[in-house]
Ligand binder design. Structure first.
Ligand SMILES: [Zn+2]
Ligand SMILES: [Zn+2]
Length: 342
C-alpha cells in the first residue's frame, strides 16, 4: 500500500510502498478515507517533538471504513464507518482503568509512536474505533479526533455552566470548536480573542463576540463588555505566556482559566490580585479522553458543532501535496484545515 512517511528529521516526508499492516486478534484494519494534516505534524517533521521509530507514517486524525476485523473483535464489523481515537493505550493500568487513559505509561499516539493515517490502510486496536454516523463527512470526522476533541476536553475541565460567560483566546481550529461547544453548554456570551480579522469573522459566524487584540487591550475590553465583572471561564488555546496571563486576568470572581495551548515558558501572575484574592483557578488540560469522542460526534451529527467551514481543503495521498501543506502551516500558521483523501 501507499504511505507517506517521515524518514528523517527535518526532511520532507516521502511516499513509500509498504505492506498492508497485519491485523492482530483484537485489532481492526481500516481503509483510510480521510486523514487530517495537523499543526502537530509540522512539529514532528521539524524534530521539535521526537517521532520514533523512524520511518513512521504520520497522521493522527483518521476516519475510514473497517476493512477487516481480528478474531476476537465484536464491537465493529467490516463496512462500518469509524473515526479513530489516536491514543493506543494498554487498557489495564491504573490510569486506563480509572478512565484517565491519556496518562497511560504505555500509551502510543498514532502518527507519532505508531504508524498513522497518511496511508491507504491503518491497523489499530478495535477499542480505538468510534462509530461515525452517515451524516458526518469523513473529512470532518477525522478532524473531530484532534482539534475539536482537545477543545471539548478543555471546556469540560472548565466546568462551564449554563448562564456563565466565557472567553476563548485563539480563534483557530480549536477555538472555533470551543466557541460552539461553549454556546452549546449554555454560555451567555463567548468572547473570541485573536489578532486575525478573518478568523474573528468566522468566530463571529459561530456566535462569538470578537475581540481584536491588535486593536484593543483584550483584558480591559472583556472587563468593559462584562460591566467590569470579567468572565467565568477563559480558555487559552495558543500557548504564549502573554495570552496565558491575559486568560487569568480576564476572569471574574471564582473564574476558571484552562490552559490548553502548549508552551514551555513560565507563567507569571500577581498571586494575590490575580489568583487567591478572587479565588480563581488555573487548570491544565491535555489531550482528551476516549469517552468524550462519542459525545462529540453526536454533537456534530446534530449540527450543534459545525466544522464544515473549518475543513475546507483536500489533497491526495502524495508526498508533494502533503509537504506543501506542512510548509504552509509552518510559515503562515494557516487556519484552513487540510485533509488527505487517499
Ligand atoms: Zn492534531
Ligand atoms: Zn494504560
Amino acid at each position: 500500500m501507499k504511505a507517506v512517511r517521515m524518514i528523517q528529521v527535518g526532511q520532507p516526508l516521502q511516499l513509500q510502498e509498504i505492506p498492508v499492516p497485519a491485523v492482530g486478534d483484537s485489532d481492526i484494519l481500516v481503509r483510510v478515507r480521510a486523514a487530517g494534516i495537523c499543526h502537530s505534524d509540522v512539529h514532528y517533521r521539524a524534530g521539535k517533538s521526537p517521532v520514533r521509530p523512524l520511518p513512521m507514517t504520520l497522521g493522527h486524525e483518521v476516519a475510514g471504513v473497517v476493512e477487516q476485523v481480528g478474531r476476537d473483535v465484536t464491537r465493529v464489523k467490516a463496512g462500518d464507518r469509524v473515526c479513530l481515537h489516536y491514543n493506543i493505550t494498554c487498557g489495564e493500568c491504573y490510569y486506563c482503568s480509572t478512565g484517565n487513559e491519556q496518562f497511560c505509561g504505555k500509551g502510543l499516539m498514532l502518527g507519532h509512536y505508531a504508524n498513522g493515517g497518511y496511508a491507504e490502510y491503518i491497523a489499530v486496536p478495535a477499542r480505538n474505533a468510534v462509530a461515525l454516523p452517515d451524516e458526518i463527512r469523513f473529512e470532518e470526522g477525522a478532524t473531530l479526533m484532534c482539534a475539536s476533541a482537545t477543545a471539548f476536553h478543555a471546556l469540560r475541565k472548565s466546568r462551564l455552566k449554563a448562564g456563565e460567560t466565557a472567553a476563548v483566546f485563539g480563534a483557530g481550529g480549536l477555538g472555533m470548536s470551543a466557541i460552539q461547544l461553549a454556546r452549546a453548554c449554555g454560555a451567555l456570551d463567548v468572547f473570541a480573542v485573536d489578532i486575525n480579522e478573518e478568523k474573528l469573522q468566522l468566530a463571529t459566524y459561530y456566535g462569538a463576540i470578537p475581540v481584536n487584540a491588535r486593536q484593543v487591550a483584550p483584558v480591559a475590553e472583556i472587563r468593559r463588555l462584562t460591566n467590569g465583572k470579567g468572565v467565568d471561564v477563559a480558555l487559552e488555546l495558543i500557548g504564549l505566556p502573554q495570552t496565558m496571563r491575559q486568560t487569568v486576568q480576564c476572569l471574574g470572581v471564582m473564574g476558571r482559566a484552562v490552559i490548553a495551548g502548549i508552551g514551555d515558558r513560565p507563567l507569571e501572575i500577581d498571586t494575590y490580585r490575580e489568583l487567591l484574592g478572587n479565588e480563581v483557578e488555573i487548570i491544565g488540560s491535555n489531550d482528551h479522553l476516549f469517552q468524550e469522542l462519542p459525545v462529540l460526534i453526536e454533537l456534530a451529527r446534530r449540527k450543534v458543532l459545525d466544522t464544515s467551514r473549518i475543513v475546507t481543503r483536500v489533497v491526495p495521498l502524495e508526498a508533494d501535496a502533503i509537504n506543501r501543506t506542512l510548509d504552509a502551516l509552518e510559515q503562515f500558521g494557516s487556519d484552513v484545515r487540510t485533509v488527505i483523501v487517499p
